[in-house]
Design a binder for this molecule. Structure first.
Ligand SMILES: [Mg+2]
Ligand SMILES: [Zn+2]
Length: 187
């Protein structure tokens, strides 16, 4: 299961390069724990266009990612895109590159992956990759994106709601509804 970083796992601080400013979103630790407890690997896919815009350097992104890992990790895979919207790269969400690449790194088919994020780019990357998607809106999420996700049954109020929708609810048998595939056991 892949998560967007800013506005999903941690509070969005635009172009944050300061590890001390990292704050988990409500329910993030519990949601991740449920998924991990079912033996399903969790990862992060994050756009960091601040690098392309000269607002962040790679070391700052790495430092913030390390802090996220400290607070909410471990994550089985990390992928982040340093490019800007005009670069036409294959990785910046809503392009599917990071989702496909993370799935390959985990050794799972894209159709057995879910992406949880807070904006249309996250959902779009999942769709483009053939993965499942759940939108967990923040006040920054556009109204029509929320309405669309609700219509398509992939809207959750928070991260616990998102993992519940994906089959990792309290008391659910984790993984049974997750792409019809059971995880855990062998590696
Ligand atoms: Mg986000
Ligand atoms: Zn990119």
């Amino acid at each position: 299961m892949l998560f967007d970083r800013d506005g999903t796992l941690v509070v969005d601080v635009p172009y944050n390069g300061d590890p001390a400013a990292v704050r988990p979103m409500p329910g993030a630790a519990d949601a991740l724990a449920r998924v991990r407890a079912a033996g399903v690997p969790v990862g992060v896919v994050s756009n960091q266009s601040g690098v392309a815009r000269g607002l962040l350097d790679v070391a700052q992104v790495a430092a913030v990612n390390a802090r996220v890992e400290e607070l909410l990790g471990p994550f089985a895979v990390w992928r982040w895109c340093p490019h800007g919207a005009e670069d036409g790269c294959p990785c910046r969400k809503p392009a599917p590159g990071m989702v496909l690449d993370a799935a390959a790194a985990l050794g799972v088919a894209p159709g057995d992956v879910a992406v949880v994020g807070d904006i249309a780019a996250d959902v779009g990357a999942a769709d483009a990759a053939g993965a499942r998607a759940v939108l967990v809106p923040t006040p920054a999420t556009r109204r029509e994106e929320i309405d669309d996700a609700r219509t398509r049954g992939r809207l959750a109020d928070d991260l616990l709601g998102a993992v519940t929708l994906l089959g990792f609810g309290d008391g659910q048998f984790g993984g049974r509804q997750f792409g019809g595939r059971q995880f855990g056991g062998e590696e």
